[in-house]
Structure formats: C-alpha cells, structure tokens
Design a binder for this molecule. Structure first.
Ligand code: ADP
Ligand code: MG
Length: 328
C-alpha cells in the first residue's frame, strides 16, 4: 500500500502536479529549506510568489543580521512592519490557545540547544535555567503597538513563518487572478483551488522512521494548508540519546509527548504551522481536547509506538494506511 502513495512527501508533491495542464514551476531555497512552487498561471505569477517568500524570509529570519527580527532580538526594540506585526499577533493567538505549548519567545532555548548554528549540544542546567527565565509568551501581551515594539526576551518565528509565508504567497497569487497553485515549503504544503484536470491533490505524510517515504496519504480537492511537525525533522544524538528541535517551553527540553509527528489541516497556513508545533508539544490527549473545542483545524497524529489517529474531519481524506478515528 505504502508504495502506491509515492515515496516521499516532496516526491508525492512533485507527482501531484504532473497531470493536467502544465503549471509554471520554481524550486527555491528559502527559510533554511527547499521549496517547490507550482502555479497554474504565467511566469510572472510564479516569480511574484517567489519574491513574496523571499521578502518574508528577509524580514523574519532569526539569523539574518539584516532582518527585522534580528534587529528586535539584538536591540530589544524595533519598528515593526505590518507583516511582522501581523505574524506576531497570530503567533500570540496560537500561544494563548495552546497554553504556551507554542511560544514565539522560545528563542533563548533554541540558542541554548545550539539549533540555530548547527552546534547542537545538551545545555548545562545553568544555561537552561537562564534561557527559561527569558521564555514566556505572556510577556508579549502588553505593549503591542503596530509601529513600535519592545521585548524583554527574544523572538523566533521558526515554528510559524513558513506557514505564514505560504499563506501570503497564496493570497498574492489569488489577488493576481490565479485559481490553482501548489506550494511545498519544506514540509508545509498549501494548495489553492483544485487541479485543472479534476484529480485530487495527493500529499504524503512522512514515515517518521524513514522520512523519505510516505506512511499515509491525504487526498482532497480545493484549498487547504497541511503542515507536519515531527521530531525526526531536525535532531542530534548525544550519549545515545536523541534530542530534536521542537522544545517544550515548560521544561526547556525537546518535547517528549509520545508523538512522532502531527499533521495539521487548516484553511490558514500560519495557523496550521503554529498549531502543528503546538500539538506536537501537547501530546495526543491535550491536542485532541483542543481539537474538540475548536472548529478551525483537523489533524493526523502519528504516535511513537506506531499508531495513526485522524480527527473526524481528516479521516475521510486519509488513505493508504490503517488508522483510528478520533471522535468529537
Ligand atoms: P519545522 O520548522 O522544522 O518544519 P516546526 O514548524 O514545528 O517545524 O518549527 C520548529 C521550529 O520552531 C524550531 O526549529 C524552533 O525554531 C521553533 N520552536 C521550537 N519549539 C517551539 C515551540 N514550542 N514554540 C514555538 N516555536 C518553537
Ligand atoms: Mg510549525
């Protein structure tokens, strides 16, 4: 069955645009990942989507010394552009909904673990405590001003920026009259409209043990954002223990919730991205409780012991695997 649904998330994505009238395609490297942009439109439409993603990368990158976020983290204050402000508001909303499982102030912890510079290591307890004392989205709730913002801490939009960029690129394409597009921004997939040939979009969910292979597929028509967060995406091993890049702000350690990955389906790219990170931190029980009280996302959970669980709205889309339906 697995082989039916192609061998990797990216491969599945490549396959799904092949049928029908020929789209314009771009491969780019931005936001520290490979991206595929496929637009059923003209060359200029594809170029506009690429420019939009690059523009947001330049604004939001935590490591680019010329970015707005870099300046904010360095100086503790900055004039925020409309996009950075918009994303900050969205990020805080996800933090509140998830009781801080998603937290854009997590950056001191990300630095302590060395994830920004590929110098990964287990931090000393002292370094962890110092970093944790600077983390907490609550500190962002006051003083939110469109033009000027100051912060006693440091921001990292790594858990939401790709989804925001995908959404903004889709919005731009739509405003240009494009009716169909497919974006794959390093694990963040977002579609606009349905394929001209009437076939369904097919997006693979990576097998956490063999990420180049799909363990299941999602098949659907129309516009949707699908974002996966998983511990297998970036990690290092030290003294025989694996440490990944999605941190639990409450412990300061990589989230250890029993989940291997979470795929969130939503109509907004930033929401899907922020929530995928948050639900991964929260674990099945808290994540499904949040889903039950929400009406703006669906999810597929892969557990560390090999289980696959799909919320009621995701279940009809899920194929090529055995799974359990999470009921409301
Ligand atoms: P990826 O970006 O690898 O696709 P995610 O969307 O889950 O996966 O984002 C992970 C990134 O988000 C980390 O590399 C880090 O920069 C940041 N991050 C880590 N833990 C958290 C957290 N609890 N809340 C918000 N951002 C986080
Ligand atoms: Mg995310």
């Amino acid at each position: 069955m697995k082989k039916l649904c192609a061998i990797s998330l990216l491969l599945v994505c490549l396959l799904c645009g092949c049928a029908g009238s020929a789209p314009v395609e771009r491969d780019i490297f931005a936001m520290d990942t490979l991206m595929l942009i496929r637009v059923w439109g003209c060359e200029d439409d594809a170029s506009a989507a690429v420019s939009e993603i690059n523009r947001l990368d330049a604004l939001l990158s935590v490591t680019n010394e010329n970015s707005e976020i870099f300046a904010l983290n360095r100086d503790g204050e900055a004039e925020l552009s409309a996009d950075t402000y918009d994303l900050l508001v969205k990020a805080i909303a996800v933090s509140r909904r998830t009781d801080g499982a998603f937290d854009p102030t997590v950056y001191p912890l990300v630095v302590a673990w060395g994830f920004t510079k590929d110098e990964q290591h287990v931090p000393t307890q002292e370094a962890l405590d110092a970093a944790r004392s600077l983390v907490g989205y609550e500190r962002l709730e006051s003083d939110l001003d469109v033009t000027y913002f100051s912060i006693d801490g440091k921001l990292d939009f790594g858990g939401i920026a790709k989804g925001y960029a995908a959404q903004k690129a889709i919005d731009l394409l739509q405003s240009r009259g494009v009716e169909t597009a497919f974006l794959s921004l390093g694990g963040n997939v977002q579609t606009l409209g349905s394929k001209p040939d009437g076939e369904k979009w097919i997006v693979g969910i990576a097998d956490p043990n063999t990420p180049s292979q799909a363990i299941a597929c999602l098949r659907f028509t129309g516009s949707l954002a699908l974002v996966t967060s998983g511990g297998y995406q970036r990690y290092f091993d030290e003294n025989g223990v694996r440490y990944h890049h999605i941190l639990d702000p409450k412990t300061g350690y990589p989230a250890d919730s029993g989940l291997a990955s979470v795929t969130v389906l939503a109509h907004d790219g930033a929401l899907a991205d922020g929530l995928s990170t948050a639900l991964f931190v929260m674990g099945m029980e808290k994540a499904t409780a949040l889903w039950r009280e929400s009406d703006d996302f669906e999810a597929v959970f892969l557990t560390e012991d090999g289980g696959i669980f799909a919320t009621e709205g995701a279940a009809p889309l899920l194929t090529d695997c055995d799974f359990t339906v999470v009921e409301r």
